[in-house]
Design a protein around this ligand. Structure first.
Ligand code: NAD
Length: 301
């Protein structure tokens, strides 16, 4: 039977393309161009999300926020047409509390909603290595595992519904902080006589190494700042992580600081700027030139 995929943006589009290699797909997005891209790869475009319910036992969603997910499920005609036994798989980085509420609501019509957010970007999806963090009952995890195994070799069962989104928020709090500290370190090195490219080479082999230094710093040094993951989406994740900290009584000194630093960067660059464009703000306040002058265009506000 076909699988449904709703939300074909930077992340959902890449995940759907990967899924499309091993399963017939029905796809939906409010952006017609996004649907056409997937249709060109062999998927069937469905401008009405409700049509997915009639034809798919498993429907994935990858939308900006849990509010979008709620609206697509309950306000687009999908909910009324979902058949008992359907499995909804939310790959958005969402709010675990909202996900648990929606899952409880859907359980009364024998529909399961589980969360399976991802980390590794569209490159990780293409390579089949993206980390998938599943929040689901054991039964639902066993149902979805064979399909997720076709997407990536890195599938993890984090716990019950919502647990995938919890650990994804933890992940982004850590990776967000690492990016800023690494960029500050590159500026510090540059200002004190170490070429930033040399600094990255050395740091990526030292105790300070992290994914930003290993995978993304080189792109920043080349001025490649085209959007892949936007500041607006990252700030949403950091707010959710800090809200979770407040709600659970978990002090997040660095998490809250990281959120507020990205808020200042978003105020400077706008929500659609790529997260690595933070390097432009750090260059400006540090008086450095880590990013080359001919970098991808980003409007500094
Ligand atoms: P995006 O903005 O590129 O894509 C979102 C897509 O959802 C768009 O194509 C949009 O048209 C569609 N959409 C919005 N409302 C809709 C509706 N009502 N009906 C149908 N389609 C609708 O965002 P993205 O970067 O793909 O991110 C999606 C989710 O994945 C977010 O929660 C984000 O935090 C998470 N994520 C993104 C990345 C990344 O590298 N971009 C990595 C990990 C996780």
């Amino acid at each position: 039977m076909s699988i449904g995929y709703i939300g074909l943006g930077n992340m959902g589009g890449a995940l759907a393309e990967r899924l499309q290699l091993s399963h017939p797909l029905l796809v939906n997005d409010r952006d017609e161009a996004a649907m056409k891209r997937l249709a060109a790869a062999g998927a069937t475009a469905c401008p009405d999300a409700g049509d997915l319910a009639a034809n798919c036992e498993t429907i994935f969603l990858c939308l900006p926020t849990s509010a979008h997910v709620r609206s697509v499920i309950f306000d687009s005609g999908l909910h009324e047409r979902l058949r008992p036994g359907t499995l909804l798989v939310d790959q958005s980085t969402g709010d675990p509390t909202v996900t648990r509420e929606m899952a409880a609501q859907l359980a009364s019509q024998d529909v399961s909603l589980i969360d399976a957010p991802v980390s590794g970007g569209w490159r990780g999806a293409q390579a089949g290595t993206i980390a998938i963090m599943v929040g689901a009952s054991q039964d639902d995890f066993d149902r979805i595992s064979p399909i997720l195994d076709d997407v990536s070799s890195n599938v993890f069962h984090a716990g019950d519904v919502g647990a995938g989104q919890v650990i994804k928020l933890v992940n982004n709090m850590i990776s967000g902080a690492q990016r800023l500290l690494s960029l500050e370190g590159m500026a510090l090195a540059a200002k004190n006589g170490v070429d930033p490219a040399k600094a990255v080479e050395i740091l990526a082999s030292g105790g300070g190494r992290n994914v930003f230094l290993e995978k993304f710093a080189g792109r920043v040094l080349e001025g490649k700042l085209a959007p892949g993951f936007t500041l607006g989406l990252l700030l949403k994740d950091l707010r959710l992580a800090c809200d979770l900290g407040a709600a659970s009584g978990t002090p997040l000194f660095l998490g809250n600081l990281t959120r507020d630093l990205y808020q200042t960067h978003l105020n400077e660059l706008g929500p659609q700027a790529e997260v690595d464009a933070s390097a432009l703000v750090i260059d400006r306040i540090a008086g450095t030139h880590v990013v080359p002058a001919d970098h991808d265009h980003v409007d500094l506000r």
